[in-house]
Design a protein around this ligand. Sequence first.
Ligand SMILES: Nc1ncnc2c1ncn2[C@@H]1O[C@H](COP(=O)(O)OP(=O)(O)O)[C@@H](O)[C@H]1O
Ligand SMILES: [Mg+2]
Length: 372
Amino acid sequence: MAERFIGLMSGTSLDGVDGVLAAFSDAGRPTVVGHATADFPPALRAELLALNTAGDNELHRAALAANGLVGVYAGVIRQLLADAGLVAADITAIGAHGQTVRHRPGEFDGLGYTLQLDNPALLAELAGIDVVADFRRRDVAAGGQGAPLVPAFHRAVFGRADHTVGVLNLGGIANLSVLPAAGAQGPVLGFDCGPANALMDHWCQTHTGQPFDAGGRWAASGQVRPALLARMRADPFFAKAPPKSTGRDLFHPTWLAARLGDDASAPADVQATLCELTAAACADDLRRYGAAAQELVVCGGGALNTHLMQRLAALLPGVQVMSSAERGLPPQQVEAAAFAWLARATVRREPGNLASATGARGERVLGALYPA
Ligand SMILES: Nc1ncnc2c1ncn2[C@@H]1O[C@H](COP(=O)(O)OP(=O)(O)O)[C@@H](O)[C@H]1O
Ligand SMILES: [Mg+2]
């Protein structure tokens, strides 16, 4: 009998919440039953963004922001249930990612941390459904990066028996999964490539007043500045070998400002260069770590950035670059569906991480269960 799970993802773009209601066959294959989204109210978005850096009275503010986040989560759940004509009792569990505000695994003599704001107890109370939350910390405790956690899901949904597939998620940060053909040598890899929308959104908002560069049209109107691109690509993160992960801790507006120099006077060129940075870093990583890939499945909101998609295709001759929609799952649903899948794994006491992707000492059952 099919079991239903809800996945809730709110990523580093801070654009809001994507929710997916998915039904799973006994074999674990998901079918998306519904998708709902909610933007963050501007004050909550501003506070979540502010909490990415050190500030006054953070513990109190973080607790209130987590409650605000859960209010948005609860609204998405109500919407998903109403659209599907289902009730709380029809859902086995919710996987709630929470909002990452700090991500520093592997630092501090190997006892680093990753921090997702969330209040799963409140969510269980409001939704009347079991909640699985705090997926990343167990992987960090086991020596991993705590990220990316989506490769196992990518393998289950996008993996191919006959050839290697790359899956590129373009959220606030870009992450790549390399899925070898079944029976081929080599493990599944998964790691962060660098910034995707986090810096492009920031620059676009600052100079055009728009929250993101729709279709990449503004970037397409500018010229890539090679010296600026080189200054950005000189950051040691890009040359580091996987496993590796990053976040707004590194790729924040100050990082960009420190590299702009005189190029700041040409905002459209900076946008073009930021877009090229994402395309070039991801294309290089695919060539280095997934050279056998014949197809690159792109998901996350960045898949809707036509200019970025065209740049990826141009930098990867011989690779078929496509939106995940062409493989049956629209780009905005992939990560939320992954957290429904990860919640199912946890409920079944199955591991959710891949040690080959996160660098953890082994596979672990992730997260904690908050019964309804
Ligand atoms: N039509 C579009 N054109 C270009 N970029 C888009 C479009 N729609 C969404 N995006 C980008 O996708 C981002 C959201 O992607 P998402 O996958 O939700 O990231 P995250 O997981 O970090 O929240 C937005 O902030 C925006 O930058
Ligand atoms: Mg998002």
